[in-house]
Design a protein around this ligand. Structure first.
Ligand SMILES: Cc1cc2nc3c(=O)[nH]c(=O)nc-3n(C[C@H](O)[C@H](O)[C@H](O)COP(=O)(O)OP(=O)(O)OC[C@H]3O[C@@H](n4cnc5c(N)ncnc54)[C@H](O)[C@@H]3O)c2cc1C
Length: 465
């Protein structure tokens, strides 16, 4: 509990202007982008590693839960203070400390928005490859803590693949430097365990990432299908011919119509599925690859393939893809977005399985997929005031989890476990695997004060002193 005395200590660390305790502020910081909600006891804004270290020292002494928060865009409840505690807002801890064009790296503070890093790297002909659709606001700290991916994942990988080094404040306030400034980092991959740890292992206060060359030449196209499964098969057919596009994204009919109603782009509303494909590379090779992709798509059942002929057309296609989540608000007030992965060859089957599940439970599911990565985002739409419909959505979600795991897939590709999928962890991991993860948590955070109640269900009395 945050007593008056602790409030006073927080004000001494952060300054009174950087500590919030009013009821209305607690309401505002009770959410992230998931449907969950909790009330914190205080919110503090950190701007230096010393601030974070002093906070953790205090929290560890007083056994207070600390919830790191970047932009709060995660979709699994990672920032929701379900057990109360202190929200550690990192959005003002946001300096780009270095762009090193020779070694193609960047050093940033955790609250730097993904887009801000892209803008700083671009004049050097470089980009940070992970590009979640939320990139305008989502922070690099949040990207690393969630293990975020994005639309370029097929060719360039995800946050995990671009992480070189971290500064982390541990549960007791100790500051450690992990990894290195370059490709080579001898010894244990200690940065790796913090990537995807969702604020449960430590607070990330500095991040060294790899940058890659900005794609100078691209070709962007959409293949139109009257059959969802054929769209999925096209993905495998393209990759098995040795072409690795930057992007292979599927949108189903419900999603296409929602986006078109919203943006009025003239998308093919009657299509069962659209496949958005982007390739990059050297100019001459690109035309050859684009022609080959057109042929493969047609052979795989595409009724039409449209090549973007201007940057404006290309941007329209990207806008369509990035607007999916928001556009769905026109159909139902809420959705549960799933994030299961399956091996790539199972994508066609999984897309049709999800469509069948929608029929089975009489609900609307709009499908988006980073299909090239086997990462599906079925959006299960519902009205939160309709309890019975919500219950059907929960059952449908469970069927989807089970099917993905049966295919050799995972519960989540990039959205994290948070609160949302915690209850399903034992479906994906054996008791031994779960105990191993709990032991790591226990070693790093013996008092269970870092984002307690997320990812792993460990009652505080089990390990806490
Ligand atoms: C419209 C929309 C589209 C999206 N598209 C994508 C997508 O394409 N790909 C994708 O991967 N995700 C996507 N997301 C999910 C989300 O944007 C990502 O998970 C993103 O990485 C979260 O960043 P954030 O700054 O908002 O982190 P937050 O939501 O603030 O935090 C996420 C988690 O990380 C922890 N955390 C945050 N900062 C730190 C830190 N410095 N140290 C330790 N722990 C920390 C938090 O405690 C929390 O558990 C989307 C979300 C929305 C709303």
């Amino acid at each position: 509990m945050v007593t008056r005395e602790i409030q006073q200590q927080l004000c001494e660390i952060f300054g009174p202007d950087n500590v919030l305790t009013s009821k209305i502020s607690m309401e505002a910081y009770g959410y992230d982008s998931s449907p969950f909600y909790g009330t914190p006891d205080a919110v503090v804004f950190a701007e230096t590693v010393a601030d974070v270290s002093r906070l953790m020292n205090l929290a560890d002494r007083e056994k207070l839960n600390v919830i790191a928060r970047g932009a709060g865009t995660n979709l699994s409840g990672g920032c929701v203070p379900t057990d109360g505690g202190i929200v550690l807002a990192l959005s003002r801890f946001n300096k780009i400390l270095e762009i090193d064009p020779v070694n193609e790296t960047a050093l940033v503070e955790p609250g730097v928005a993904n887009m801000a890093l892209q803008k700083a790297a671009a004049p050097h002909g470089l980009m940070y490859a992970p590009d979640p659709a939320s990139l305008r606001v989502a922070t690099i700290g949040g990207n690393v803590a969630e293990g975020a991916g994005g639309m370029r994942g097929v060719k360039y990988g995800v946050a995990r693949d671009h992480l070189l080094g971290l500064e982390v404040v541990l549960a007791d306030g100790e500051i450690v430097q992990l990894g290195s400034g370059g490709k080579y980092s001898p010894g244990v991959n200690s940065t790796g365990i913090f990537c995807g740890s969702e604020g449960t292992f430590g607070i990330i206060t500095k991040i060294r990432v790899k940058l890659v060359g900005l794609s100078r030449y691209v070709r962007t196209m959409t293949a139109v299908f009257d059959n969802l499964q054929n769209a999925g098969k096209t993905v495998s057919n393209i990759i098995s011919r040795g072409i690795v596009p930057v992007t292979l994204e599927i949108m189903d009919r419900t999603m296409v119509r929602a986006v078109d109603d919203f943006l009025q782009l003239g998308l093919p509303r009657d299509a069962e599925a659209l496949l958005l494909i982007e390739i990059d590379g050297c100019e001459e090779e690109l035309d050859r690859q684009a022609n080959e992709i057109v042929t493969i798509s047609q052979e795989s059942g595409a009724t039409q393939v449209i090549l973007a002929t201007s940057e404006e057309q290309r941007q329209d296609l990207w806008k369509a893809r990035r607007s999916g989540n928001g556009a769905l608000g026109r159909i139902k007030p809420a959705y549960m977005v799933q994030d299961v992965t399956v091996p790539r060859h199972k994508v066609p089957w999984m897309l049709t399985f999800v469509a069948d599940i929608a029929r089975k439970y009489d609900i609307t599911i709009a499908q988006l997929a980073h299909a090239g990565d086997g990462n599906l985002h079925p959006h299960l739409l519902y009205d939160p005031f309709n309890k019975e419909e919500h219950a059907r959505v929960e059952k449908a979600a469970l069927d989807i989890f089970k099917a993905a795991l049966d295919c050799g897939g995972t519960l989540t590709g990039e959205h994290g476990i948070g609160i949302e999928k915690k209850q399903y962890m034992s479906m994906a991991f054996s008791p031994e695997d779960m105990n191993f993860m709990k032991d790591i948590k226990k070693a790093l955070d013996p008092n269970l004060i870092l984002n307690s109640g997320k990812v792993l269900d460990i009652p505080r009395c089990q390990y806490g002193s």
